[in-house]
Design a protein around this ligand. Structure first.
Ligand code: ADP
Ligand code: MG
Length: 449
């Protein structure tokens, strides 16, 4: 077999074609190939944590496509950051005897994320009620419990709230909280080990619990092996009436390449969505946070912030801290509109810097689960045409880029094609709820709602 580095060079060659230059040069070119374990799992080290996240979030499809053609169709990919590389190497160098059936401690929960600190409004009242019911009687009423909604709307907060509640009221119940990424890494690690015990140990850890929470399950997309493992974990827990709680940024049937038997199972219990909060709820959330952190913030400042940021609570709360911070810098006891304006301007500047044709197209691709190379290429199939037109529409709407450059970016299209796409999507937003939702969701992914 060819040496792994020369194979990797071929992968890079393909990526250079399918990706635009910014992500390619920033994130892919500096990748270190750690190993190709058992000719099965390709372990890569990204140049930074951001790079790792960006790759997993926006470019996994392209990476997988390239790797599968160059290496082997069955190849699984694991992208690590520097810390994970260390952990991984440390894990590998351990004596075999350290792989044990050790009973892991229960997951720890953030004590700030409780039901009491969760502000309930129209946008989240049902999901809140569902979460409370699950926390009161895990495994009995709503199983699985599937929560979905956009970034920063409180999904992780609710998982922790359920965890905190159960720990307080029924400490004997065993709860395991993991991100999907952690599950994936555990699975890969257990698979890398030739020793049968370590596979069993992984199963033991995941199946020997009363409540399993998996956060951000959308990252199972494109990972056939991990999906398979999760399928068995799910069935095992479910049959034993153990509670399964899952969150995702989208409903089960919209997770690209999720095996149908999994999406059917995910949707078989209670599925609820979290919407962006209305103005009153946003104000209430800001008040709660200010109180919790002991910030002194004028009421009109709270209203100002709530008015400016509507689709991502995490960002809204971050703006609040920033306002408080700016006031402190000036020795003020209480933050005023002046600090709020300054904080907002600063955050808009950073957002604008990050918004360009690539980031917009990346977000569109990740939303639709399609490859960027196809979207900016020549394909005319239906799965590609809609994302392409949506990307073209968003770029015309959000950036002051000449139509000519947009056409060029999308594989040398004529500017009239771009005008057509813009008008068509404008029309569809009025008549087709799916398109309207897609555009709204993508805008909130890039935080421009
Ligand atoms: P997600 O997991 O959906 O991306 P998080 O649960 O991490 O979002 O929430 C982001 C931030 O917003 C957290 O600080 C969380 O406490 C806060 N938050 C979200 N929803 C609410 C709410 N209804 N009440 C109070 N805080 C909230
Ligand atoms: Mg989360």
């Amino acid at each position: 077999m060819e040496n792994i580095n020369s194979l990797w060079q071929k992968v890079l060659g393909k990526l250079q074609i399918s990706l635009s230059s910014v992500p390619y040069e920033l994130w892919f070119e500096p990748i270190e190939v750690l190993e190709y374990k058992d000719n099965k799992v390709l372990i890569l080290v990204a140049p930074s944590t951001t790079a790792r996240n960006q790759i997993l979030k926006n470019h996994l499809g392209a990476l997988e496509d390239a790797v599968k053609t160059v290496f082997d169709a069955e190849t699984e990919i694991n992208v690590l950051d520097a810390q994970e590389k260390e952990d991984y190497l440390a894990e590998k160098s351990k004596q075999p005897s350290s792989v044990t059936f050790e009973d892991e401690e229960d997951s720890a929960f953030n004590e700030k994320f409780t039901f009491e600190n969760f502000v309930v409004g129209k946008s989240n009242q049902f999901v809140y009620a569902g979460a409370r019911a699950v926390a009161e009687s895990p495994g009995q009423r709503f199983n699985p419990f599937f929560i979905y909604g956009g970034v920063g709307l409180g999904k992780t907060h609710l998982l922790h709230a359920i965890g905190n509640h159960i720990k307080k009221t029924a400490p004997h119940i065993k709860i395991k909280y993991v991100t999907c990424e952690k599950f994936m890494n555990d699975y890969i690690e257990s698979m890398l080990s030739k020793r049968e015990e370590s596979k069993l140990a992984m199963r033991e850890r995941y199946r020997n619990v009363d409540v399993l929470m998996v956060d951000d399950i959308q990252f199972l997309s494109g990972r056939a092996g991990t999906q398979e493992e999760f399928f068995h974990t799910f069935n095992d827990l479910y049959q034993n009436q153990k509670q399964i709680i899952i969150t995702s940024d989208r409903p089960p049937n919209e997770i690209a390449t999720l095996a149908e038997r999994l999406s059917t199972r995910f949707a078989s219990g209670l599925t609820q969505d979290i919407q962006a909060p209305d103005f009153e709820t946003r104000v209430a959330i800001l008040r709660t946070k200010a109180q919790q952190e002991r910030y002194f913030i004028d009421e009109d400042v709270i209203a100002f912030i709530a008015d400016k940021i509507s689709t991502n609570i995490r960002e809204m709360v971050a703006l609040l801290s920033k306002v408080h911070f700016l006031a402190t810098l000036q020795g003020k006891k209480s933050a005023t509109i002046a600090e709020a304006r300054e904080a907002l301007n600063q955050s808009i500047d950073t957002q604008k810097e990050n918004l360009n044709m690539d980031t917009i197209t990346d977000a569109v691709c990740s939303y639709y689960g399609v490859m960027k190379g196809d979207v900016v290429g020549k394909k005319k199939s239906k799965e590609i045409v809609e994302p392409r037109m949506v990307a073209e529409y968003l770029i015309t709407e959000l950036l002051g880029v000449p139509l000519l450059s947009i056409g060029k970016f999308f594989g040398g299209r004529d500017h009239s094609t771009i005008v057509y796409a813009r008008d068509k999507i404008t029309e569809l937003i009025k008549t087709d709820p799916a398109v309207k939702k897609a555009v709204g969701d993508i805008k909130s992914m890039i935080s421009v709602n």
